[in-house]
Design a protein around this ligand. Sequence first.
Ligand SMILES: Cc1cc2nc3c(=O)[nH]c(=O)nc-3n(C[C@H](O)[C@H](O)[C@H](O)COP(=O)(O)O)c2cc1C
Length: 184
Amino acid sequence: MDLSITVNGITFPNPFLLGSGPPGTNARVIAKSYDAGWGGAVAKTVSLESAKVVNVVPRYGKLRSRTSGEVIGFENIELISDRPIDVWLEEFRQVKKDYPKHILIASIMEEYEKSRWQELTRMVQDTGVDAFELNFSCPHGMTERRMGSEMGEQRQTLRTSKSLRSLLYAAAPWASRLSTRSFR
Ligand SMILES: Cc1cc2nc3c(=O)[nH]c(=O)nc-3n(C[C@H](O)[C@H](O)[C@H](O)COP(=O)(O)O)c2cc1C
């Protein structure tokens, strides 16, 4: 059965798309998810300086049913990717080469500085990813550096970032802000 859908000019083999997080941690697991049937994946959020991303251990938790003890969900407090951007650029290229019909969306995040966002956008778009997720909404996004949800929730920051968004639209083949949060 053909389950393909076209959204904003992008044709997905099926409507099942993995969100940005631990399941999109590297090219190997993204490839595995495609092999398992997912139509696309949003990779884990990347930034220019992965060395600034310091994760804690442990950072995953299982949620169990109070009655049966069965695992019914997971929680995670993992930050954005702590893998170097050069490694990611190579992996984005490789994934698109090996899976040209599957959709690969890069999730990008930077500090509140236009030139940093522009630099990251240019680097990533050259790899051939299908779309961008501009991460203005993730609570895992190091709010202490005014990144992620901190950027999306502050009206002043967001107002200034409007001009940033139009720049990104011009730079990227297709860009969208997938914000799940309302603005204060
Ligand atoms: C725009 C955006 C980007 C995200 N990027 C990451 C990420 O890079 N790493 C991560 O562990 N979680 C990331 N998350 C969080 C997870 O995708 C997810 O929201 C979290 O695990 C909670 O799951 P739930 O939304 O299903 O409750 C991101 C969330 C959003 C909204």
